[in-house]
Write a protein that binds this ligand. Structure first.
Ligand code: PMT
Length: 222
């Protein structure tokens, strides 16, 4: 059955890691593969939505021509691209693993090896979800992710409130078959209304469908 329940809806998805340059050859990043984000993009597409992707560097095979696809590297670039289109979106899903900090300065030349300790000064990056969340339009839906290693539910619910999400998808680093890199995920979805659902370990495609189904429980959607 082809569903077109999201026809006419514009969806922004941030995905992948960000890379924060230290010098022309090195960067700080994380293990996000983009698999969860791509699964969401494909699932929204198959349900009729127009999908706008802002992706950090990933190496998955994906038919970018199905989407309005923009590649970025740093958190700053991801924010700039996402904030330009945010206002036109009906749904925003923040699936990217954005680096919270970036080097205070990008060295113009390759940093030389020295015999002594090397310290790097980091500055806080813009919180894309929080910043766009403070500009959320009426009837716009914002969905966040939380990747936690401890106090999972508590941390996820505090991010839900702080970033003005309608729904947050918690994936735990403690669960096997969940989180970074793998083809599966296990999630706990918290709604701002207090309603919550949990999944088993399922393919990221199935998890994407579950997340999209849950959007229909968000009051502004009904
Ligand atoms: O890409 P995969 O390998 O498939 O892995 C999927 C995933 C684990 C990366 C994904 O499912 C996920 O959990 N993404 C969010 C990871 C994360 O950075 O979580 P967080 O708890 O640090 O951030 C909370 C939320 O704020 C997220 O929606 C994040 O996108 C957003 N955020 C965070 C920091 C920042 N500077 N800007 C943001 O927008």
């Amino acid at each position: 059955v082809v569903k077109s329940d999201f026809k006419g809806k514009k969806v922004l998805i941030t995905m992948g890691p960000t890379q924060e340059a230290l010098d022309p050859v090195r960067y700080i990043s994380n293990h996000s593969s983009g698999k969860m984000g791509v699964a969401l993009a494909n699932a929204f597409l198959s349900r009729g939505a127009e999908v706008f992707v802002v992706s950090g560097p990933i190496s998955l095979k994906v038919n970018k021509s199905n989407f309005h696809w923009q590649d970025v590297k740093s958190a700053k670039e991801m924010f700039e691209v996402a904030s330009k289109i945010h206002n036109q979106m009906d749904i925003c899903v923040f699936a990217a693993a954005v680096a919270d900090y970036a080097p205070a300065e990008i060295a113009p030349e390759k940093i030389k090896k020295s015999d002594t300790k090397l310290s790097i000064s980091l500055v806080k990056n813009v919180d894309i979800a929080a910043k766009l969340g403070s500009n959320k339009k009426q009837n716009q839906v914002h969905i966040g992710f939380a990747l936690e290693t401890e106090n999972e539910a508590e941390n996820a619910q505090s991010k839900l409130a702080k970033k003005n999400f309608d729904m947050i998808v918690l994936n735990s680093m403690k669960e096997s078959g969940a989180g970074f890199q793998v083809d599966t995920n296990k999630v706990h979805i918290f709604h701002a209304s207090g309603f919550a659902v949990q999944s088993e370990v399922e393919s990221k495609n199935k998890i994407a469908a579950l997340i999209i189904d849950q959007i229909k429980n968000i009051p502004v959607w009904v």
